[in-house]
Design a protein around this ligand. Structure first.
Ligand SMILES: O=C(CO)[C@H](O)[C@H](O)COP(=O)(O)O
Ligand SMILES: [Fe+2]
Length: 223
């Protein structure tokens, strides 16, 4: 069975108790801490930055999975690396030179991710496969939690799975937006490895019970 990972998005956590929320999902069995950074410019919402990453890093053993929805990208990359980010993912439309940005992220000691919006074609990956460590498929338009899963993401996930398998490289395929315990299995069957879920985890009364629902759904997946 593939090594599936669950990455709760703290966008839907209680911001007044962020450290405790991160520890609670870690205890419930989460694999990555998905950290959504929005700038009210690239996306119409404003969230958190490197200072919050630095504060959370010592309270969790989960890798910090930083999803940058900001423009420009490069200036802030070293700040997130210093703050303890393990993965830094950006949107290619927000960087003038996506290939250079991937190299910059890796030069800072982090894994480098690229994110495709629902309207971004998979072909843009073709000349980046040698540099990328993680591909994040957005199954909602970026900016807000709690939106409905966009079905066209399924074909895109299959197309990217094929590209990853042909590349021979260990690239993770992550999906973000509208992922719940009742659709995670078919997203996994299409080829995803890492499942971001914000409202699907943090809106549950019992995080451990919800994580168990995710794991049980994934246990039935054949890959
Ligand atoms: O990047 C994001 C939004 O831009 C979030 O990670 C994503 O929306 C998670 O929230 P939900 O699981 O509730 O859809
Ligand atoms: Fe995200």
């Amino acid at each position: 069975m593939a090594d599936f990972k669950i990455a709760p998005s703290i966008l839907s956590a209680d911001f007044a108790n962020l450290g405790a929320e991160v520890q609670a999902v870690e205890k419930a069995g989460a694999d990555y801490c998905h950290f959504d950074v929005m700038d009210n410019h690239y996306v119409p919402n404003l969230t958190i930055g490197p200072m919050v990453a630095e504060a959370l890093n010592p309270v969790t053993n989960m890798p910090l999975d930083v999803h940058l929805m900001i423009e420009p990208v490069d200036d802030i990359v070293p700040e997130f690396a210093k703050a303890g980010a393990d993965i830094i993912t950006f949107h290619p439309e927000a960087s003038r030179h996506p290939h250079r940005t991937l190299q910059l992220i890796k030069s800072q000691g982090c894994r480098a991710g690229i994110s495709l919006n629902p309207g971004t074609p998979v072909e843009m990956l073709d000349y980046l496969m040698d540099e990328v460590d993680l591909i994040l498929v957005m199954s909602v338009n970026p900016g807000f939690g709690g939106q409905a899963f966009i079905e066209s993401a399924m074909d895109k996930i299959r197309a990217i799975r094929e590209r990853i398998d042909n590349s021979g490289r260990a690239i993770e395929l992550e999906v973000d937006g509208g992922i719940k315990a009742d659709n995670v299995a078919r997203v996994a069957e299409a080829g995803a490895d890492v499942f971001v879920s914000g409202s699907g985890v943090f809106k549950a009364d019992d995080y451990a019970a919800r994580m168990k629902e995710f794991r049980e759904a994934l246990a039935g997946v054949k890959r």
